[in-house]
Write a protein that binds this ligand. Structure first.
Ligand SMILES: [Zn+2]
Ligand SMILES: [Zn+2]
Length: 648
């Protein structure tokens, strides 16, 4: 008998040779019908693989990432089968699952695949799938594998690097592929499939090698899922922050300034400033002090912090002075600078915690191919802060930071998030620095704080930073995509490296604990995600312009100016559109800018001292006539729904 432990903590006994599917059936027939893949002791197995030792088994359905991976990878086998059928003589290489779907890299040699062929391939994939072919993994000897692929240099290279006795083929229908496994039971559950695109890809990612054709595809267990996925992609395109950033005139890039270096235009800079003021105000209440540090620092500073050893070679190279032979680095992190601020004078335990905050701009080299709008840039501003406290204060400080992060998310409309508790790898503890005792203290502080605040959490072993555990906030946006936003990290290492101390109640010198935290993460990335989450319709308190006054004709310009003045008295941000254009055109342009309120002024309004409000995204030419005071009340009420006052 062998003991199989399941994710719910239960342990069941089975005869050796039991398969994951047998285990699934023993749980329930209904559940087993949905099981499409499994992993045993952390290794992906087939649902038909006989299990012969004790171990832990995870059974995957389509709703699990593991299930989707197997589903997509299995579809890549069927697609490869169809490609071989339609383009005889092509050479198949590798066909893995990816985050969304799968690809297969193919050497088409003198043949060519074009968009026009996609439909035919998709139909054939579904035709074969409907025949419900089982995927069967079978071991082969190295000699046999090499013989089968003697005409395929790519597979030959792969097989040569494998050890004899570990090689397997996967058969389904009439098709066989070199594969180590991870398949769904049979092709029958593949009900929808689409080829998304084709692209060039070098064999093994090396540009010295031959360029292959990468065929990207995706598949689903229901046609409806594919339709929804394609709609989501369309919506994501409409919301792309690079597109909206241009339309809303928030930011730009200039080839002359350099790649990955965003330029904030007046509207974008104002929006960013509002976010900064919002956080500064809450931080002030929470006892933070603002500091300012330079954009470069001596190389030695980052040698001390350990950043140079870890990132130096892959980052911007040192800047040298013309005469003194000094070496400086563009600041990759604010932490070392803040440690030196702490070090300016001695502290007693009664002075702690010290909380230093800075909107600090840092520079990190990213390869040009990795750059993407505002989400991957070479220079960005962190809403950074470092808290230096005694070990006894860690628990409370950590909870306070969680409160601040939740306040930020709440004010910006991110309601759907999970907190990931990132702990040490349980097996391999050598890669972390610091004593076990400190690690346990820090890990417990995070676990307790998260539980105390009632956060929905997941634990990720091996995801901790090398210097300490952390709490990462994973936020789902309006399209259901997950982003990592805020982070809170506990660090015992930097205080030691920088020889930070405080005098304890025992009159001895002790090392403080350091918390790194950034609720937004980076301003650039945060704003990019916010643009896509809201489709540019930011919360009212944050909108660059909350209202635009549209004159029915030039005659009403004087009245419009009067309205603008009154709005300014109520701290409402507004503009006047007095162009010699039709009211229809003015409304369309304001809609494009996503301006929340259009205030239409004409003869009637001037006579009565009112404005006619038209809400962005709604029909009609001004459907409510109100006074300025009434309008200000509407705006303030709406703002107070999202923007609460931060309380400690
Ligand atoms: Zn496979
Ligand atoms: Zn830091």
């Amino acid at each position: 008998m062998i003991k199989i432990s399941l994710p719910d903590g239960s342990v069941k006994e089975f005869a050796a040779g039991v398969t994951p599917m047998d285990v699934a059936i023993s749980i329930s027939e209904g559940f087993a019908r949905n099981v499409i893949s499994a992993s045993f002791d952390g290794t992906i197995v087939e649902t038909t693989t006989p299990l012969t030792t004790d171990g832990s088994l995870i059974l995957y359905t389509w709703n699990d990432e593991g299930g989707k991976k197997a589903f997509w990878h299995s579809t890549s086998h069927v697609m490869a089968q169809v490609l071989e059928e339609m383009y005889p003589g092509i050479k198949l290489t590798l066909g893995p699952a990816i985050a969304n779907g799968f690809y297969y890299d193919v050497d088409f040699e003198d043949q060519k695949i074009t968009d026009a062929d996609f439909k035919k391939i998709e139909n054939r994939v579904l035709e074969i799938s409907r025949e419900k072919h089982e995927f069967r993994l079978r071991p082969v000897s190295k000699a046999e594998a090499l013989e089968v692929y003697k005409d395929n240099v790519y597979k030959t290279e792969l097989i040569s690097n494998l050890e004899d006795g570990t090689i397997t083929f996967c058969d389904h229908s009439t098709f066989t592929d070199l594969c180590r496994g991870g398949h769904i039971p049979n092709t029958g559950i593949i009900k929808a499939m689409k080829i998304m695109s084709i692209a060039g890809a070098y064999w093994r990612g090396d540009e010295k090698n031959k360029q292959l054709t990468r065929v990207y595809g995706i598949s689903f267990p229901k046609q409806k899922d594919l339709t929804e996925y394609l709609e989501l992609l369309e919506e994501a395109k409409r919301r792309d922050h690079r597109k909206l950033g241009k339309e809303l005139e928030l930011f730009a890039f200039s080839a002359k300034v350099g790649q990955g270096l965003p330029l904030w235009l007046p509207k974008g800079a104002a929006l960013r400033d509002r976010l900064e003021q919002f956080l500064k105000k809450a931080q002030k209440k929470a006892g933070y002090e603002q500091v300012v540090t330079p954009h470069i620092g001596q190389k030695e500073l980052y040698v001390t912090s350990g950043h140079y050893a870890k990132y130096g070679a892959d980052s911007f190279q040192p800047i040298n002075t013309p005469a003194e032979g000094e070496e400086f680095l563009l600041k990759p992190m604010n932490c070392p600078h803040h440690c030196e601020i702490y070090n300016v004078r001695p502290w007693s335990y009664k002075d702690l915690p010290k909380r230093y905050a800075e909107f600090g701009t840092v520079y990190r080299y990213e390869q040009s191919g990795e750059l993407h709008g505002l989400t991957r840039v070479r220079g960005f501003t962190q809403d950074d802060a470092h808290i230096f406290c005694t070990p006894d204060q860690l628990d409370q400080e950590f909870k306070n930071v969680i409160d601040l992060v939740l306040y930020v998310f709440g004010s910006l409309g991110f309601e759907n998030f999970t907190a990931q508790i990132s702990l040490r790898d349980q097996e391999n503890r050598d890669k972390y620095i610091g004593s076990d005792e400190n690690w346990e203290k820090a890990e417990n502080a995070i676990i307790n704080a998260a539980a105390d605040k009632g956060l929905k959490t997941v634990v990720a072993y091996g995801e901790a930073a090398f210097y300490g555990p952390k709490l990462d906030f994973m936020v789902k946006d309006a399209l259901g995509r997950q982003w990592q936003l805020g982070t809170i990290q506990v660090d015992y290492n930097l205080p030691e490296r920088f020889e930070l101390t405080y005098k304890g109640s025992d009159d001895q010198l002790h090392t403080p604990v350091m918390i790194h935290r950034a609720p937004f993460g980076s301003m650039e990335r945060f704003i990019a995600i916010l643009i896509e989450h809201t489709a540019g319709k930011f919360p009212l308190w944050l909108m660059p312009e909350q209202a635009i006054i549209l004159c029915l004709s030039e005659k009403y310009e004087i009245y419009a100016k009067k309205v603008l003045n009154l709005l300014e008295n109520h701290e409402i941000r507004a503009l006047i559109d007095n162009r010699n254009e039709s009211i229809g055109r003015k409304i369309r342009d304001a809609e494009m800018q996503k301006t929340p309120f259009m205030l239409i002024v004409g003869e009637e309004e001037e006579k009565n001292g009112t404005i006619s409000i038209r809400r962005q995204g709604q029909e009609g030419n001004g459907n409510m006539s109100v006074t300025i005071e009434e309008f200000a009340a509407i705006v303030n009420e709406e703002i107070s729904k999202t923007l609460k006052t931060f309380t400690v």
